[in-house]
Design a protein around this ligand. Structure first.
Ligand code: MN
Ligand code: MN
Length: 310
């Protein structure tokens, strides 16, 4: 029964990885869903992101006990990748509607639990506000650099007095005492805040626009990402062009292509040890074609290959 042959059968754990509780997981990577979108200021629905990503990931049943080979054949490098990686699915953080503090605390606690077991968290959002409690879970582990792919800076101090919305996570992350530097890649659009841009640059953070990435190339963009001992990556799916990832609340035209995002992430993985990442803002309600979670799930798997099987 568990050896589901086709994607439409069986229980949809991420890429068919075993379902294990965070407290008892033994794996290299644990996928953790955060079905939370109460930080959204415009179009909600990312609370259904983790489920949509799991569903889409069944096209890539690389980590299950089924009859297929583990990992995948990489056409570009002519070898099998991720055949040895142990990926477990630790389910979702228990989200309770309107319990802001409790939800954020439970995200941090779940990340802490995974780290204490030596497992790398891969966190599925949810809106981008979940990245702050996720990174907060790394407290006590030493200095951490953050690489942020997004159409937007997400560096607002507050919106209407609220400091934990999805426009604020990078500002909150930077206030954590163990954060070294933030590099933001892919920003664009007509709604950028001059003050926020100045504020983040004044603190020594780097910002590379999507247009600069295309104009100067990936090598130049990656030169803006300093090497670091420990790197956390936060990936907002709206960094991708809305043509390939329309299912997101705040799309902006002129985004990254799939191969640009994949190759950027590959270069980031060479900058230091990736200690975890999140993939946020997938909103299946805004994409009846399902191409957004499918694209995001593949990007996630190729990033895992860059980290664990370069
Ligand atoms: Mn964002
Ligand atoms: Mn964004």
């Amino acid at each position: 029964m568990l050896n589901a042959t086709h994607a439409f059968t069986g229980i949809p754990s991420f890429a068919r990885g075993p379902i294990v509780s965070p407290q008892s997981v033994e794996a290299d990577v644990a996928v953790l869903g955060v079905p939370y979108d109460e930080g959204t200021g415009y179009r909600p629905g990312t609370r259904f992101g983790p489920r949509a990503l799991r569903e889409a990931s069944l096209r890539y049943a690389f980590f299950g006990p089924g009859p297929g080979k583990r990992g995948y054949w990489d056409l570009e490098v002519c070898r099998r990748r991720l055949g040895q990686l142990r990926v477990a699915d630790c389910g979702d953080v228990d989200i309770v509607a309107l319990d802001l503090e409790g939800n954020l605390r439970r995200v941090s606690e779940a990340v802490q639990t995974l780290l204490s077991r030596g497992v790398m968290p891969v966190i599925l959002g949810g809106d981008h506000s979940i990245s702050f409690p996720a990174v907060r879970g790394y407290a006590g582990g030493g200095p951490l650099s953050v690489v942020h792919l997004d159409a937007h800076l997400d560096y607002r101090d507050e919106v209407g007095g609220i400091r934990f919305g999805h426009g604020c996570p990078l500002r909150r992350i930077e206030e954590l005492p163990f954060i070294q530097q933030i590099v933001t890649l892919g920003i664009r659009g007509l709604r950028a805040s001059e003050e926020d841009l100045e504020a983040t640059r004044a603190r020594g953070n780097r910002v590379v626009t999507a247009a600069a990435i295309r104009r100067k190339g990936l090598v130049a963009a990656l030169a803006q990402v300093p090497g670091a001992e420990r790197i956390y990556v936060t990936l907002d799916v709206d960094a991708l062009d809305p043509g390939i990832a329309p299912g997101t609340g705040t799309p902006d035209p002129g985004g990254l292509s799939y191969t640009e995002a994949r190759d950027l992430l590959q270069g980031i993985a060479r900058k230091g040890r990736i200690v975890g990442f999140d993939l946020v803002e997938v909103n299946p309600w805004l994409d009846p074609t399902g191409v957004t979670p499918l694209t995001a799930a593949q990007l996630l798997i190729e990033f895992l290959a860059s980290i664990f099987d370069p």
